[in-house]
Write a protein that binds this ligand. Sequence first.
Ligand SMILES: N[C@@H](CCC[C@H](N)C(=O)O)C(=O)O
Length: 264
Amino acid sequence: MILNNDYVDKLQCSEIYSICGNRIVMYQVEMTDRDLRRASHLSNLCWFHGQRIADGVACLSPRKNYTRFCFFNPDGSFELVCGNALFAATALLSNSSVNPLKIYPFDIPPLELSDEKDRYTITTPVSIGYQPILVESLPPSVIHNTGSPHLVVQVDNVASVNLPKLGATVTYQLEVNLTIFSICNGKILARTYERGVEAETDACGTGAMAVAVETNIRSINSSSIIYPGGIYEVKILKTFPQPVIALSVDKAYVELIENGTRPN
Ligand SMILES: N[C@@H](CCC[C@H](N)C(=O)O)C(=O)O
């Protein structure tokens, strides 16, 4: 993506990464926790001349022994975790003096991040949903919280679902993301409609984790989750007392697509 100089000026200390096609602004800023939580105005970095050019903004703020992580959707809503932004954060900080393994979101235990050979990996506990929910024509489905909440629905064929229509209903009624998946020749295919973006994105890290939880419950054995924008690998490391998942992505799917940093 080539943006004009006006937008590059607006970006200042930030970059846009594409992670499996999910475009995230990575904004490095010195801010207190209190100010960060209120910084929903930073979501304006996702917009240029009324057009959405990114699917969220992740703020990284240095602390003494770790980096604080905070995420806003393009509509300004706050979310604890964006899986893809954490992959980008690992890529961004791995060449700096900051310890990339210590990136802490608010309110939840720190996730484990690793940068090994050709892959980035996030390891995190997730909360399983038990209460089946009925929305429109969808089969009863549950919400898994993988740092962000996803209603996870198995369908016959992901390609033939009218995701914009169903997703809009789900985000409006339940205020969660909608992630659908189907099994095709033993492979898991997935799509996510993101709340706060109010559109389908090319891929979603927390959505892939939610699919991994659901397929594990249904005894579907496949470690690859294929989104329109790229492929994630998942491993369930343990299931009790709650599942712990390792989600990884090939570094080739993590691309710096716009660099707004300017020399002084
Ligand atoms: N794209 C993200 C999830 C971002 C948060 C989501 N829109 C929400 O509001 O929960 C990912 O890769 O996990």
